[in-house]
Structure formats: structure tokens, C-alpha cells
Design a protein around this ligand. Structure first.
Ligand SMILES: [Ca+2]
Ligand SMILES: [Ca+2]
Ligand SMILES: [Ca+2]
Ligand SMILES: [Ca+2]
Length: 392
């Protein structure tokens, strides 16, 4: 369980916070709070100033740390919490509350009774869509023809669709796989985790912070199994690949509270909580400055899975070549412009043994275009080609 990531005032009284955190995790009830309770937290944190930025690194009425804002999806609303509306700040705070508990607001959370108010702040109002068109792209062979398919969630319906890969970077017709409700899941990533020859899908359930594995059955997805107890909302940018060289696919992620890159080694099974082993750190802090982490497979033809990521500050794309024991030092493979890419999936789409990428370019909150980026085998990508017919 990652430690809580925020709090200006709470930091001063960290010694008392664990008591509140403990009671929350023991009771296991759904986390939520009314607007009136959030108003009390804001009164304590920011004296009711929902647009405050004092330069202390915490922003807005609920004083949310920038990396936490980004980690829980706040940038879909605004670049920083103080630039978002009160409702948007509360909607992200609800996710932090679910992931970290009321202890994230220290004494302000305690005095507001945040841990004991389980009301839905906006019961009659669905959340504004955080992305338009399709979101949460990932790639794997989900129809059993040996060609990698592109999978994505339709924002307007919460349905999961698989677009049949043609083996040449192009996509065929889509079919719905899995059951609905995929708007409540995030960080979708795919690999054949249990080594039965069929790709599986892993995702975090935002409401509970649990990690689930959806077993591929050759024509879609079968039943899901819980493979990670709560706390996964404290991780972001999940990716899948074999990064410890044992031939079994692992799950990697950035830990929001520390900015470290962590790896949960796969055990080659889909055996519930035994599917992943104890986690290890494979990258020092600083990964909160990166996003869109994805493994396209082997990009530089050394036989090891690799990781690519966008540097938020510069919009540059970097390759972190897999070392068999984590990742090597990074190499820049794309000069800027990658902040305009809203979603990335990686796999060997054209079957040449080299990892490729599919990515959506869009304005925030708008539909965008889907592109195919072929891996060249040198660790870079060749010229992109638009695929798909809009609506992404
Ligand atoms: Ca396929
Ligand atoms: Ca499998
Ligand atoms: Ca492995
Ligand atoms: Ca490689």
C-alpha cells in the first residue's frame, strides 16, 4: 500500500494520521463524502479558496499535490487542481479518498469527519467524460488468430471493444468483448500472464483500488480474478512485459507517492493473489514526470521486452531498453509533440518480431485520430500512418 501522497497541514501531524488510515482499511466500506464534508476539508486546507496557488506545490481548495492530481486523472479536467472547478476537484478528491483513505488529508480530513461520511457528493449527476471517443488503449490477440488486436473502452457507453488486427498494422471490424462497466476500470494492460497461449488483460478497478486479471479465452475475455488487493489507485501507468528475464510477463507501474518505477513479477499463472510476486523497485523517483508508459514488446531486437514513456515537461518520447533485470538508461526516440498523444498501446502489430505502437492524437476532451507507428528494429519508430476512421 503506497503511503499517502499529499497534505500540507497533514504533513505536520503525520504521527496521528496512521490511526485514521488503519480504521478505514479495516472497515472496508466504500469511500465517498458529501459536498458539505468536502467544504469542511477545504475550509481547513485553504480557507475556502478553491483556486488557491501559493507556490507550495499543493493546489486548489483541497490542496492536492500535482503528481497526485495527475495520477488520479485530474489533467483530464485541468492542468492543475486550482485551475479546475470545485466539482472537478471534489471528483478527483473522491478518487484519492478511495485510493488512500481520509488520512491523505491528515488533521483536516479528521476534523471534517471525512472517514465517516460515505455519501455520494453528486448522486444525480454523472461525471463529465474525461476523454472523448475511445480510451484506455491496450493490445493483444483476443480472437485467437495470432495477430495482435487493439482494445479500447468506448467512453460514451463503457463498453470494451477489440479491433481485429490484420497483421499489417491495419485494423478490421470491432467486436465487443467483456461485459460493460469499463469506465470504472483504468490502466488496462495486456499480455499472456498465465502462459496458456492466449493474451489476458489486467486493469485497476477505480472504485476499490483492486487489480483484476481478465483471462483471455481465444474469442474474448472470460471471468476476472482479483490479483491485487486494494491500493492500486496509488499506482499509475501500468505496463506489461517480461522485465526480469524469467520468461513470465510482469506488471510494472509508477508509484504516485514516491515517483518510483516498480515491478510486480508475474508467476506465470492466473492464480488469484498468487499471480504476482513481491514487488521490486526498478527505477528511482522521478517517474511522476513521465506518462503513457507502455511496453511494445521488443523494440531494439535484443530479445528483451522494452519500455517507452513520454516526458511530460518536454513532450519527448524515450526508450528504456529492457535489461533482463529492470530497464537500462533511457534514449530519446521522439523529439517533442508527444504531449498531444492521449493514448498509446504497444505490440508487434505487423508480425515482424519488432514492437510497434498505436496511438491516438487528440485535444483534451475531444475525439482524435488513431495512428500506427511501425518499429524499425533500431529502437525507434518509422513514419506513422493514420489507421481507423475517426471517432478515437
Ligand atoms: Ca487477433
Ligand atoms: Ca493467458
Ligand atoms: Ca518476468
Ligand atoms: Ca529489447
Amino acid at each position: 500500500m503506497p503511503a499517502s501522497a499529499r497534505i500540507r497541514k497533514g504533513l505536520l501531524v503525520a504521527a496521528v494520521a496512521p490511526v485514521a488510515v488503519l480504521s478505514i482499511f479495516n472497515c472496508g466500506s466504500a469511500q465517498a463524502a458529501s459536498v458539505a464534508t468536502w467544504d469542511k476539508v477545504a475550509h481547513c486546507e485553504s480557507t475556502d479558496d478553491w483556486h488557491i496557488n501559493t507556490g507550495n506545490g499543493y493546489f486548489g481548495g483541497l490542496q492536492i499535490l500535482q503528481s497526485t492530481w495527475e495520477g488520479y486523472g485530474g489533467k483530464a479536467y485541468a492542468p492543475r487542481a486550482d485551475l479546475a472547478t470545485k466539482e472537478q476537484q471534489i471528483r478527483i478528491a473522491e478518487k484519492i479518498l478511495a485510493g488512500q483513505g481520509a488520512g491523505a488529508w491528515g488533521t483536516c480530513g479528521a476534523s471534517a469527519g471525512l472517514a465517516y461520511d460515505h455519501a455520494d457528493p453528486f448522486p444525480d449527476k454523472p461525471a463529465e467524460p474525461v476523454d472523448a471517443g475511445m480510451t484506455s488503449l491496450t493490445a493483444g490477440d483476443f480472437n485467437g488468430d495470432g495477430k495482435k488486436d487493439l482494445v479500447a473502452v468506448e467512453v460514451s457507453t463503457g463498453k470494451l471493444f477489440s479491433y481485429a488486427g490484420q497483421g499489417n498494422g491495419r485494423l478490421g471490424d470491432r467486436v465487443e468483448i467483456g461485459r460493460g462497466g469499463w469506465n470504472g476500470l483504468k490502466d488496462l494492460t495486456s499480455a499472456d500472464f498465465d502462459k496458456d497461449g492466449k493474451d489476458d488483460l489486467v486493469a485497476t478497478e477505480t472504485g476499490t483500488g483492486k487489480l483484476f486479471l481478465y483471462k483471455g479465452n481465444g474469442h474474448g475475455l472470460g471471468d476476472r480474478v482479483e490479483i491485487g488487493r486494494g491500493g492500486w489507485n496509488g499506482l499509475k501507468d501500468l505496463f506489461a512485459g517480461d522485465f526480469n528475464g524469467d520468461g513470465k510477463k510482469d506488471v510494472g507501474a509508477t508509484e504516485i507517492s514516491t515517483g518510483k518505477l516498480v515491478l510486480y513479477p508475474g508467476t506465470g499463472t492466473s492464480d488469484g493473489l498468487r499471480a504476482l510476486g513481491d514487488r521490486v523497485e526498478i527505477g528511482d523517483g522521478g517517474w511522476n514526470g513521465m506518462n503513457k508508459l507502455v511496453s511494445p514488446g521488443d523494440l531494439d531486437k535484443d530479445g528483451k521486452d522494452d519500455l517507452i514513456a513520454n516526458e511530460i515537461g518536454t513532450g519527448k518520447l524515450f526508450l528504456y531498453s529492457g535489461s533482463g533485470n529492470g530497464v537500462k538508461s533511457r534514449v530519446e526516440i521522439g523529439r517533442g509533440g508527444w504531449n498531444g498523444i492521449s493514448d498509446i498501446a504497444g505490440a508487434d502489430f505487423n508480425g515482424d518480431g519488432i514492437g510497434d505502437m498505436a496511438a491516438v492524437e487528440s485535444e483534451p476532451g475531444s475525439e482524435g485520430k488513431l495512428y500506427f507507428y511501425p518499429g524499425t528494429g533500431t529502437g525507434r519508430f518509422g513514419d506513422r500512418v493514420e489507421i481507423g476512421n475517426g471517432g478515437w
